[in-house]
Design a binder for this molecule. Structure first.
Ligand SMILES: *Cc1c(COP(=O)(O)O)cnc(C)c1O
Length: 379
């Protein structure tokens, strides 16, 4: 038997409170049983998003939330400014192009964070840009983009909205939607929210709702105005993913018990311990600055294949971490500290990495990184 450990940046482990609640018989989404369930989810999401506005719940993966955030607020030909610093930044470009938007990219070398002054310059140069698109945490590189600084720039432009893919950052990073002026913020169930895949969340500002009035992109399944009308009645437009929403309420309850500030602090602490442990082993981060609290991206030592490290962790020791995506496949591997994660997830991951590297012939003194993580996480 091989005991399995899930340490990937999505899907992430699901707490038993949620698993058990999701084992109950299905209730009907148009019956009175479901009204309080959706009402609780709605309020919990507003709390998590730090917003007074509705947060839509969509039955899709996170990418569905990204698609809906393009075709509900923009029109073909609209100018979009995409911050592309990784695999998910590239996805924004692909989605915007699929709907006929006129995409201008600010591209950064993978491993680096967006520079707010570049966005300021682009908007000054062309105030007809209607949307600025970014990731909060670029999961493919382990970089966190400075959302607060970026929001403060876009906020000054009346005809531009700020669209943030916070799918892997929610719960791990403090994202003050209303206070900072984030216009559209997308989340997904299988990351910090500790649920199975299948839900996307979209928080929308008043400024963005005005954009929805003039948007001319074709749409049917992701129709945010219809979702908003339904949400007011504690319904969703189509059949609600009742099971996942019941699980969501359990996870939100756990987070509310912990406190939002404590959840951010926990992710910060785990991420820091992971990085220090990895550094002690003599490995280098792939992220060169502004490290994400959700995932640590690590360079494979010279001569070793990152995919092999990822594979050995899984096959030999039952640890499912992550390899590299897109053009860095083989060059890196990634360890998540996201969602239902705590001290011994980090100890497990670091110990596994040491054992795998040693097994692959890399000089590692076993316990070096583990000791550092223990020191940092001891209470
Ligand atoms: C996981 C992830 C997504 C969405 O992926 P899905 O497979 O559609 O859920 C989008 N952006 C980021 C930054 C992610 O980490």
């Amino acid at each position: 038997m091989l005991k399995r450990y899930l340490l990937a940046p999505g899907p992430t482990p699901v707490p038993s409170e949620a698993l058990l609640a999701m084992a109950m018989p299905i209730i009907h989404h148009r019956s009175p049983d479901f009204i309080p369930v959706l009402d609780t989810a709605k309020k919990g999401l507003q709390w998590l998003y730090q917003t007074k506005n509705d947060v839509l719940i969509l039955c899709s993966t996170g990418t569905g939330g990204m698609v809906g955030s393009v075709n509900n607020f923009f029109s073909p030909g609209d100018k979009a400014l995409v911050i592309n610093a990784g695999n998910f930044g590239e996805r924004w470009t692909k989605i915007c192009k699929a709907y006929g938007l006129d995409v201008k990219e600010i591209a950064y070398e993978w491993g680096y964070a967006a520079k707010p002054e570049d966005v300021e310059k682009a908007l000054k140069g062309d105030p007809s840009i209607k949307g600025v698109f970014v990731q909060a945490s670029e999961t493919s590189t382990g970089v966190y983009h400075d959302i607060k600084a970026l929001a403060s720039i876009v906020k000054k432009y009346e005809n531009t909205i700020f669209v943030v893919d916070a799918i892997s950052a929610l719960v791990a990073h403090d994202l003050k939607m209303d206070e900072w002026g984030i216009d559209v913020m997308i989340g997904g169930s299988q990351k910090g929210l500790m649920l199975p895949p299948g839900l996307a969340f979209v928080g929308i500002s008043d400024k963005a709702w005005k954009f929805a009035d003039s948007s001319k992109c074709p749409r049917f399944y992701f129709n945010f105005k219809k979702e908003r009308e339904n949400l007011a009645k504690n319904q969703t437009n189509f059949t609600s993913p009742v099971t996942l929403i019941i699980g969501l309420n359990e996870c939100l309850k756990l987070l509310q018990k912990e406190g939002l500030g404590n959840a951010f602090e926990r992710h910060d602490r785990l991420a820091h311990a992971t990085r220090e442990a990895v550094r002690a082993i003599g490995l280098e981060f792939f992220s060169q600055e502004s490290h994400s609290n959700s995932v640590t991206a690590i360079k494979a030592p010279a001569g070793l294949d990152g995919q092999e490290i990822y594979k050995n962790l899984r096959v030999k020791y039952g640890i499912t971490a992550a390899g590299g995506q897109g053009k860095v496949k083989g060059r890196i591997f990634r360890i998540a500290h996201l969602g239902y994660a705590d001290t011994f997830d980090i100890i497990t991951a670091v110990a596994g990495v040491e054992m795998v590297l040693k097994g692959m012939g890399h000089p590692v003194k076993l316990g070096t990184g583990v000791a550092v993580a223990q020191e940092l996480l001891m209470i």
